[in-house]
Ligand binder design. Sequence first.
Ligand SMILES: Cc1cc2nc3c(=O)[nH]c(=O)nc-3n(C[C@H](O)[C@H](O)[C@H](O)COP(=O)(O)OP(=O)(O)OC[C@H]3O[C@@H](n4cnc5c(N)ncnc54)[C@H](O)[C@@H]3O)c2cc1C
Length: 409
Amino acid sequence: MDFEQKYTDDQERFRKDVQDWLKTNIPEELKEPVDRRADFNEDLVKLWRAASKKLGAKGWLHPTSPKQYGGGGLSAAHDTIIHEEFNRHRIPRREDGLIIANLLVWGTEQQKQKFLVPLLKGEKTSWQKSTEPHSGSDLASYESTAVQDGDDWVLNGSNVFISGRGIPDFLWGPMLTDKSAPRHRNLGFFIIPCPSDGLTITTMPLINGNEQHFIYLDNVRISGDHLIGGDHQGWQVANTGLELEHGGQGAAFPSDSVVETLVDYMRGQKRVGQTPAGDPVLQEETVQAYIEAHLHGLFLKRTYDMYQKRVVVGWEGGCGALYGRHYGLRNAGRVRDVMGMGAMLGPKDPLAPLEGLQEVEQRNSLQHMHGAGSLNIAKVTLARRIGISRTKERPAPTPATAGRLSGDT
Ligand SMILES: Cc1cc2nc3c(=O)[nH]c(=O)nc-3n(C[C@H](O)[C@H](O)[C@H](O)COP(=O)(O)OP(=O)(O)OC[C@H]3O[C@@H](n4cnc5c(N)ncnc54)[C@H](O)[C@@H]3O)c2cc1C
């Protein structure tokens, strides 16, 4: 079987349309900086949000989401082509995918019109607000509260590590609605408008940049239609998004700039009259990095194919995601072995090889161990999916599979 993506003439014509459209409509200055989490400044945020509106109006911001709500209604192949052209031009992607899944599966028609449509059209942005100071892995031990008051809910609590660029229009995530209910039945899932009275957002700088935030909720009042699903269904709603965040959607066109540029570096560098490619140790390190990157790519493509065909993704998504995080850290070590101190010079250093990309990725390889949940918890979940745990777990419904988990075809 050949795993290379092959395009029809029609699809290649579509690619040309995408290229032409991007050239005319997306400004040259809107390029993801090499240090994308530290150097995505306010000017870029403005350009990015304006571009998102244009892309949303065209249906290319979320190409495979339903057209009736502002998505593209396009096929997986079209999505892949758009992905490829975005990557080629370094156009930053939008990251509202998880809440879009939550709303598609759990939102009422009125909530889809109110929240989903502006997100799919690129008119609004949102951040995921799940981690609390004391609970990241154990989401069911959530302590920030939502108390019903007439038709409204009043929210109190705090969050840490919340990722995002600029200031969003919504925050979303679980809140404790019933302290006396058992775990997994004690949460509601809410969308919180920004700004709101009593809501404070401050920056939480990390080694990888400035995209993480603290959130404080001090008697924030929101109306009842901001509760997605039932007031005891927050765990179930959250898990639809987490299913995708933990690898359940795969990737159409996986690429690994760390390994691609490492290979370029090996080809091009001169050291004392010979290329580093002539050194058997460096050669072996690079070959191993190359193999693992391609193996990971195959995991992602397989899951992507399953998702697009609406097949229930069980262990496959977690396996790819976990493998990806492990090999990413191993490859960071290999890059240091091959490039030496060069791997430690960042984008602001004029002597940095590869515009400082490898130094940025050294820092990012560490954050991948925690963002989207820690490695240990990913292993616990995977163990349940392959039947070697005390408990079993079936995948949460996603937009691809909602209504099909009971075995319907
Ligand atoms: C760069 C970055 C971006 C992030 N973005 C967001 C975001 O946008 N929104 C958001 O809500 N959160 C975000 N997070 C938070 C992230 O989801 C949490 O860090 C993660 O879920 C782990 O939670 P914790 O940090 O509280 O660690 P803890 O849950 O305290 O875990 C600490 C350690 O104990 C281990 N551990 C805990 N429980 C168990 C167990 N039962 N069995 C075995 N080992 C266990 C963990 O694996 C880990 O090694 C982000 C984090 C980072 C680093």
